[in-house]
Design a protein around this ligand. Structure first.
Ligand SMILES: C[S@@+](CC[C@H](N)C(=O)[O-])C[C@H]1O[C@@H](n2cnc3c(N)ncnc32)[C@H](O)[C@@H]1O
Length: 198
């Protein structure tokens, strides 16, 4: 069985439709670079789902700076038990997200909000972000949005360890702990680096 089917199970067809939308409208609207098309599955969709294992059943999730829906839409497809909010300040991207959520039939558990993280007031069990900003800025924007006993999951590249070192003082003063985790959606995939703060 293909990795994609193994990871998404019954939701594979929906995930495949999302990949098709990214490869067509996502590129036309300038949200996905043309060179990304051939690696949409491993680099974007499967990579996004890797953090699913860190999220408790039934959690509320805020995806800050969702862009074309990463990681929020793959997570919502794989995990209908989650209540996912996609936060995106740019009108064009928020419109894209609204269309995609409707087309994929995710509206019962996914909401799109147009806005900036620093303007939000609601709190969520989990706040996710991928390729949005460096950790010091993310902490300022996102920590006020994490519910008590919740967590921030910042998807990072190889800079994860260094970025975490850079915010140790802030974490200590707020009595928070941070760790770098290597996670993957399937044992055959390369791990992705996540900074978890709670
Ligand atoms: C490089 S894109 C990454 C998009 C997506 N997360 C991904 O991994 O492909 C960064 C996104 O963060 C959004 N963004 C920038 N500043 C933001 C803020 N203050 N609050 C929320 N989103 C923000 C941008 O509009 C953009 O869509």
């Amino acid at each position: 069985m293909q990795i994609e089917s193994r990871v998404f199970g019954d939701a594979y067809e929906t995930a495949n439709r999302y990949v098709d939308i990214l490869a067509s409208r996502g590129v036309d609207w300038g949200l996905i670079g043309p060179r990304e098309v051939e690696r949409l599955w491993p680099r974007h969709v499967l990579n996004s789902v890797a953090i699913s294992q860190l999220i408790d059943p039934g959690s509320s999730v805020l995806d800050v700076g969702s862009g074309a829906g990463l990681p929020g839409i793959p997570l919502a497809i794989a995990r209908p038990d989650l209540k996912v909010t996609l936060l995106e300040p740019l009108l064009r991207r928020a419109n894209f997200l609204t269309e995609v959520v409707k087309e994929l039939g995710l509206g019962d558990h996914v909401t799109v909000v147009r806005g900036r993280a620093e303007e939000q007031h609601d709190r969520y069990h989990v706040v996710t972000c991928r390729a949005v900003a460096a950790l010091p800025k993310l902490l300022t924007w996102c920590l006020p949005l994490v519910a008590p006993r919740g967590q921030l999951l910042a998807m990072k590249g190889e800079s994860a360890e260094q970025e975490l070192l850079d915010v140790q003082g802030t974490l200590r003063s707020r009595r928070l702990t941070g760790e770098v985790l290597a996670v993957s959606a399937d044992p055959e995939l390369e791990p992705t680096w996540v900074v978890r703060i709670r």
